[in-house]
Design a protein around this ligand. Structure first.
Ligand SMILES: Nc1ncnc2c1ncn2[C@@H]1O[C@H](COP(=O)(O)OP(=O)(O)O)[C@@H](O)[C@H]1O
Ligand SMILES: [Mg+2]
Length: 253
């Protein structure tokens, strides 16, 4: 994947592109698979050395491989973010999804403004919320929760970026209009296309028929340009080999 695209999407460097982004497509179009690959590619780029990714899945599923153990405790998830490049968080209580997501975002803002020693590198953060349309307020007429609002409006200057993964463009709260730098679209409907025209002033007519079957497009909302891409090769994570125990290695000699 082009690192330029990956940086525009994820690098929390305070630049004009470092606003939040969204990914929209019908269920089953390959959003989670694509997202996982994009994050895996970002991890290979040295510019992301100090970037911590947190992937929030209300569906309680992730594709980052067997070495990443999902966490459901907010404190533990934030602790994991201090040292691990990728943390997976599963909110468990459907009654309080919004509250749990808000606590995570609030915690990340706290982490970002912690005092650091002089020689300590400055961390930055990407908060990915998959299937965000399940959360209250993800609706063109809805108001997202206070911390989702804060992330969208105030994240950039704190080196925190959000990525919201949704089924429909119309799941994007109006507040996000003008506060996002990038969109990824996959298989979308004509209704989404109409909505995109109305809200973002962008025509997807020329590409809408070519999406589907895991093809996708990157929409640069600052330049109002669209680039099309073929399906990605899904990322494959092999479990890390456990070190052989001493007894076993002697035995195998
Ligand atoms: N680029 C791809 N190539 C091959 N299979 C894919 C690709 N992207 C997704 N899939 C398959 O399609 C199914 C749905 O993908 P998923 O990422 O879960 O979609 P979504 O998150 O949009 O619901 C999965 O079985 C996945 O393995
Ligand atoms: Mg998914």
């Amino acid at each position: 994947m082009s690192q330029h695209l990956i940086e525009k999407l994820f690098l929390p460097d305070g630049s004009p592109y470092a606003l939040s982004s969204a990914m929209c497509a019908r269920s089953g179009s390959g959003k989670t698979t694509l997202l996982t690959r994009l994050v895996a590619d970002a991890r290979k780029n040295p510019k992301f050395k100090e970037t911590r990714f947190i992937y929030v899945s209300v569906k309680e599923e992730h594709l980052f491989g067997p070495d990443i153990e999902p966490i459901s405790d907010i404190g533990e998830a934030l602790k994991s973010m201090r040292k691990n490049p990728i943390t997976v968080f599963y909110p468990m209580d459907a009654e309080y999804y919004e509250g749990e997501v808000d606590s995570i975002i609030e915690g990340v803002f706290r982490l970002s403004s912690e005092k650091r020693k002089k020689d300590e590198p400055e961390p930055s953060f990407v908060i990915i919320i998959d299937d965000a349309n399940i959360l209250k307020g993800f609706d063109s007429r809805g108001q997202p929760s206070p911390m989702v609002k804060k992330l969208t409006i105030a994240g950039r200057s704190k080196r925190i970026r959000g990525m919201f993964i949704l089924h429909r463009l119309a799941n994007l709260p109006r507040l996000m209009n003008g506060n996002l730098s990038s969109l990824i679209i996959m298989n979308i409907s004509q209704m989404d296309n109409d909505y995109g025209k109305k809200i973002f002033g962008i025509e997807f007519d020329s590409i809408i028929g070519e999406l589907g079957e895991y093809r996708w497009a990157y929409v640069d909302l600052l330049k109002e340009s669209i680039s099309k891409y073929n399906p990605i090769e899904p990322a494959v994570f092999k479990p890390k080999k456990k070190k052989k125990s001493r007894a076993r290695s002697i035995f195998s000699l």
